[in-house]
Design a protein around this ligand. Structure first.
Ligand code: DAT
Ligand code: MG
Length: 149
């Protein structure tokens, strides 16, 4: 069972696409186990995007992600990380396939609407960075037998 951190980035919230984006993960069959509406601090953004610190786009990335409220979520399921990444689409929305979140709603890499963890190791780190254990809810979903064999 995997968990992945998903963020609706500030452009997604500002454009009124939070519900649409959340619905895509929900309809896919991933299970929501944590969610909060928040604005990221400078410190949280620097920690979250620490791997990109040396990249030329780092400052604008931190500025963008802290520029307004986001929706932070944890989604759970077998293969949750890869499934969520596929639902998001390629990092650059121009290259993202139609039918993906970025391919349907995005035009630029610096406004790509959504974040999703890219590996199990990073998922664990990112979930712990945004959520306390007590904020994650274990629950039985009655439709699971129709989503999972
Ligand atoms: P992803 O968000 O698909 O995991 P990433 O982890 O490589 O992509 O990069 C994090 C974010 O940084 C990405 O969502 C948008 C921004 N970014 C990545 N590469 C970029 C580039 N070449 N120019 C501008 N922004 C970039
Ligand atoms: Mg990434």
């Amino acid at each position: 069972m995997e968990r992945t951190l998903i963020l609706v980035k500030p452009d997604g919230v500002q454009r009124g696409l939070a519900g649409e984006i959340i619905a895509r993960f929900e309809r896919r069959g991933l299970k929501l186990i944590g969610m909060k509406f928040m604005q990221m601090s400078q410190a949280l953004a620097e920690e979250h995007y620490g791997v990109h610190k040396e990249r030329p786009f780092y400052n604008s990335l931190v500025e963008y992600i802290t520029s307004g409220p986001i929706v932070a979520m944890v989604w759970e399921g077998k293969d949750a990380i890869a499934a969520a990444r596929a639902t998001m689409g390629a990092t650059n929305p121009v290259q993202a396939a139609p039918g993906t979140i970025r391919g349907d709603f995005g035009m630029e890499i610096g406004r790509n609407l959504v974040h999703g963890s890219d590996s199990q190791e990073n998922a664990v780190k990112e979930v712990n960075l945004f959520f306390d254990a007590a904020e994650l809810v274990a629950w039985n979903r009655v439709t699971d037998a129709w989503i999972r064999e």
